[in-house]
Design a protein around this ligand. Sequence first.
Ligand SMILES: *[C@@H]1O[C@H](CO)[C@@H](O)[C@H](O)[C@H]1NC(C)=O
Length: 305
Amino acid sequence: MAGFFDFLRYSYLKILVAISRFLIRRVTSSSSPTPDSLLNIPSRDQKRTIKVHVYKPHVEDAGSSKPAPVLINLYGSGFAIPLHGLDDNFCRLMAKTTGFVVLDVNYCLAPEYPFPAALNDIEDTVKYVLNHPDEYQASQLSVSGFSSGGTLALAASTILPRGTFKTLIAFYPATNLLQDPSLRKAPAPGGKDRSTFWTKIFRESYIRGIDPRDPRISPAFADTDHFPANMLFVTGELDASAVEAEELAERAKNGAHPGKNVIIRRMKGCGHAFDQKLTGEMNISARNEAYELAAEILKKGQEGR
Ligand SMILES: *[C@@H]1O[C@H](CO)[C@@H](O)[C@H](O)[C@H]1NC(C)=O
């Protein structure tokens, strides 16, 4: 009987997610990403591969084949919406200005692939990078993520061996999935009141009854010593997820290893996903500033901190 109700619930979630995917596709069809190449990384799930957009740095000496530092990027999906390619501008800019190869990973989504499938994809991608030392510089592996992608970046760094990632960049990540999203408040008033109905549906699809206090789901419950030595948290003052992100960042900064370089930047007048056209509230100067901070911390991490 429990199995039957579980199936009903799954069907309900799947229908709702299908509707929201359809609605979002209608507003995002305009621009398509322009990576330099595509890569299909083997997944532990034999039935599929992990699609990756590759952005190559512009190396002056085209003949040189020195292994490059790598940035793994995780787009924001709410764990359920296929928006791979949305960070095209960010990935291109990082490759161009930092010398990192950027691997923009199309990790799998709920409800078809609930927790921990997306994390498995990230782990499989990291393994792939580490297994190709001729191409990639394993000691210079870093990770970035937007929104739920930031959540996944933080979660992944708690399950991988300490020191796997040199630098972590999280743009407006959710860190506490235990908290009811409708009870969160932005640090400053004036933001758009967004319905939290979809957030709840997406989260239930991803978590499916597992305790959200699991640090692989909610990094707010993680031991911050597991996090990389260099971290950048970018939040928006009109965004309801800012407070929980900043709390975790402060904890990482003042943790048992105070040697960590943690930068917390709260953008004035900015809401969730302020750097993306999708929201209709894109702030270009804030976006440029935030991306510049990201490039800076990547380069700094490379100097051997
Ligand atoms: C854009 O962002 C900047 C930096 O956070 C902020 O100072 C400015 O007020 C924002 N502009 C608008 C129109 O919200």
